[in-house]
Design a protein around this ligand. Sequence first.
Ligand code: K1U
Ligand code: ZN
Length: 175
Amino acid sequence: MAVLPIIVAPDKRLKTKCKSVDSVDENIVQLMADMLETMYLAPGIGLAAPQIGVTKRIIVVDTAGKDEDPQPYKMVNPELLGVSEETWIHEEGCLSLPEHYADVERPERIAVRYLDETGTRKELEADGLLATCIQHEMDHLDGLLFVDHISALKRNMILRKLTKSKKLDLANAAE
Ligand code: K1U
Ligand code: ZN
């Protein structure tokens, strides 16, 4: 298994619409194992393939708490089958927007269809944090970040700060 570098915004690879996976072969199985390892180390509760530079419709998620058994989901070509009218506001973070957080309102419950790591079609009903996390990760597959759900003022402030810290990192690396 391998830990992969996570792309930090702003970066055009995070704004790309990802392509569906044709077949869940051994490369996809390995990629999902690497994504989970990367996510756990970060640490995070989700990760989408474009965050590691792969423009395929693949996400991994595990929202189990510290004292619970791990509950990893590996999802290929996830599709929303339905969403609740009721919404839920949760403070979201993103490994591609490090150290920035904002409240985001999304449907509270969802039904999602996907292929698992054996290529079997699965359906899952999720609510609360799991539903929020799956929606956040699915947004990545369409080139969306949580900042696209907040005001332009807050979004631009966060993106400006990240641009500045990238420039500082580059200057420090050149010293
Ligand atoms: O970058 C990502 O897509 C992962 C992101 C997922 C997410 C977080 C919160 C709401 C919706 C989606 C993260 O995992 S950020 C880190 C984080 O939230 C966390 C890290 C350790 C323990 C608990 C949470
Ligand atoms: Zn994210």
